[in-house]
Design a protein around this ligand. Sequence first.
Ligand code: NAD
Length: 490
Amino acid sequence: MEKIKEVFQYNGEIIGEIENMQKEKVNEAVEIAKKGFKKWKSYTPYQRSEILKKAAELLKKNKEEIAKLLVLEVGKTYQEALAEVERATQTILLSAEETKKLSGEEVIFEGAPKVKNKKGYYTRVPIGIIGAITPFNFPVNLTMHKVAPGLGVGNALIVKPSENTSLAISKVIELFYEAGVPRETLQIVTGLGEVTGKALVENKDVRMITFTGSVQTGDTIIRTGGLKKYTMELGSNAALFVDEDQENRLKEIAKKAKIGAFALAGQVCISIQRIFVHEKLYEKFLDIFLKEVENIKLGDPRKLETEMGPVINKDAADRILDWIYQDIKKGAKLLTGGRRAKYEEVGLKREDVILENLTADLREEFNTYHPCFIVPTVLTNVKDDSNLMLKELFGPGVFVNKVKDIDEAIEKINLSPYGLQAGIYTNNLKHAFKFAEEVECGGIMINEIPTFRVDLMPYGGVKDSGIGREGPKYAMEEMSEIKLICFDLN
Ligand code: NAD
């Protein structure tokens, strides 16, 4: 049996192992899920809802244990991990509520010419077996955004979490069994994306893939899976515009923008990556923002005072820095960061870290610099054809560019092939409406950062940011089929 090690990226300790499941094992899970689907379909919405509520209760009871594991797996801080688990219980509870409401409506057949005495309606039915493939950054809550609504509808699910972060979610799935979900109805398969994930996508009996992850993987999945249903929650490079009338609020905006850009070391799908500030306030904003960013406390994510931990692994850190250097070569100006952190900057000595577990490539620089820690980075004057303008950095880097007015801000924001969420701070109602109407995104935040999300709202992107929406009510629509029933009463 092939194993994959999960490593705490702060000090290189091994946290646990997962199996790299091969195609045969995945196909076996699908056969089991066929029985699981039949069984689960016979539960009433009331019964499913009660079981989901119980699962939420159990998760609440176990939240500290799960959060501690998430800190080690993801490298996020304890506060971030706890917030994720608390949100996950909300996601399950919301799904329990929506389970009782999912319905269709009457269809007025007689509205068509020459039709008389035909009555009917449409209803929503489960799809069958659904594969849920999830990323590393919010392993519990994002998996719950698929599992809880999927079960609510009456589907059987097979979860394939990220190979970097499969431990906490395995524990959460055990809680669903304890709550009463049959083991055949909800299963987890662990392993590499291109092995285990691919096998799940290829299986024809898996009728839907609900995926959260990068656009590249999403694209591969659709090409591999062919004819089935998909929801795709993909990447982004969220933007914020600060309008000319915001002088009194600059401090508040800078503080929020710091959190939006650097929470979870910038590895949030709606992390702020691009800030456009009206030229009248640009210098002032930058000054306040830089001070905020330079005060971010890096360190051991297990410690309460730590604000930012490492990125997911050394390869991600290499790529992030590479993209930043490329943008600097194109003319962007580096204002702070743009390098790895030294061991002492993150509360470590070189000998505290098991480097061999963090990287196979033991470069000279890793005697001084931690392979997985990047100092919070701010750039300005980033060009239109740069990585940070167009791609998703998914790391602790953000730029602040000057714009002359809202038109220029909207034009720059729409340069991105992504469109998940964007935010504007303004007192000008016309500007707020213009921004809401013209920015190409799935969600627009007025007087809020684009990183705002609560789990009940419809969440998802346009353009390369995806297909479909999550949030239990909307996910349940995606994870069900419409079935039409027509009675001829002639
Ligand atoms: P990723 O695309 O590398 O991996 C996501 C999942 O896909 C993992 O479980 C991986 O094992 C699996 N996978 C990889 N190759 C596969 C294949 N060929 N077939 C089937 N499965 C495969 O993403 P990641 O690095 O774990 O997460 C970061 C990405 O997730 C970012 O792009 C981020 O924006 C995105 N994300 C989006 C949202 C959203 O709601 N829109 C939320 C969080 C993260």
